[in-house]
Design a protein around this ligand. Sequence first.
Ligand SMILES: [Cu+2]
Length: 454
Amino acid sequence: MTSEEMVGSKSFFLKVIVLALLSRMLVFMVEGDTHYYDFVLKETNFTRLCSTKSMMTVNDSFPGPVIRIHRGDKVYVNVHNEDDFGVTIHWHGVKQTRNSWSDGPDHITQCKIEPGTNFTYEVIFGNDQEGTLWWHAHSDWTRASVHGAIVVLPAEGTTYPYPEPDGEELIILGSWYVGDLNEMLEEDLSIPNVTTPSSDAYTINGQLGDLVACSGSETIHRWSVDYGKTYLLRIVNAAVNSELFFAISQHNLSIVGTDGTYTKPTVTSYIMIDPGQTIDVLVTANQSPSQYYMAARQFVSYDPTVTDFDNMTATAILQYRGNYTPPDIPSFPTTLPSFHDLDSALRFLPRLRSLASPEHPVNVPIDITTRMYITIEMNVVNFTFEGSEISHIAASLNNISFMDPGFDILLAYYRYSFVHSFSLSLFCFHFVGSTWPDQKKQVASFEIGILLKV
Ligand SMILES: [Cu+2]
């Protein structure tokens, strides 16, 4: 290479670097907006099922405030804890790539936000996330009352992979407990073989509807629509532990998304939604202007002898705008499956398919280099609780259950020597059966792990 060529190639590389920096700046400029929210955790009184209780909320609301952004935006949420006990907030379904510090599970990625203090979360959404997600408390079972929706609209300048809806509505399904759920859980833990408490009723946008005790027309959520218009209904199952069926009388639901991704459109007369799941559906107001029940009820089991569950059906009303005489009683969705309708539950599940279009691809790794064998079990575990020996049912993963270590594991990981001082169960990994995964045997017992090897 001559000196002239060297100068030429140097200026060429300089141009490349400048162009790269400029394009990086341009990318930065179109990366999206930044939003700031303040969440104040505090006790608020609510009256349901004829009784008033105080429970933790965000900004006094149940469900809590909605985070509404466009794809590619960033959100900072400053959580101020004005309540009496420490909690964290988790951004359910938000990928938070390389941003675990803001993920939220207490004693996994952070310590609790103690009363009188605050913590600011930086919530980073994946560029492939669009639709509905949600947030909730991630300490004890406080999420029963501390939760809300996250709406991710298409990025500025883009639109939905279906005709733009005329409007939208959020439907947040929740559980209602007359008592304090965390106290009830604590009590149940001390009783052998008692499972987690059933809720007393289900809620739609915080209301139980008008089929339960001490309810009336003012205790039901109403959604007003215009005849002929199509709406995007964003449904979140924020119930603590139940799969729920949901249907709207005489109106079909066209499923278009779940858990912040688009699905192939499919028309159904009911949905089944798991706890933690979101489902987006299009609803066209194409029936006679009137009032129609929307209803949610639990899917329990195929076994009709199972009767110990929350058998309350939550209701809300879809009402058309305009002049008509409302019915004395709105029509009820006859397509809403019953508590033990396993067939309807199973029929629904395969309907969810990724859209997987060129604009919304699903990049699943195709080259498999490592195979992992993972067992998920519910077993009896023996442990000591307040001085007594207890046998209790608990979940395990690869024969290891989890006990809250009381410190932040992520932080401990970065202080490696600190981890080693707690390394009793650092790597405890065993299967039942001499060869795996060929032998499928009932795993009878497991250990309680407190640490994770990464
Ligand atoms: Cu979650």
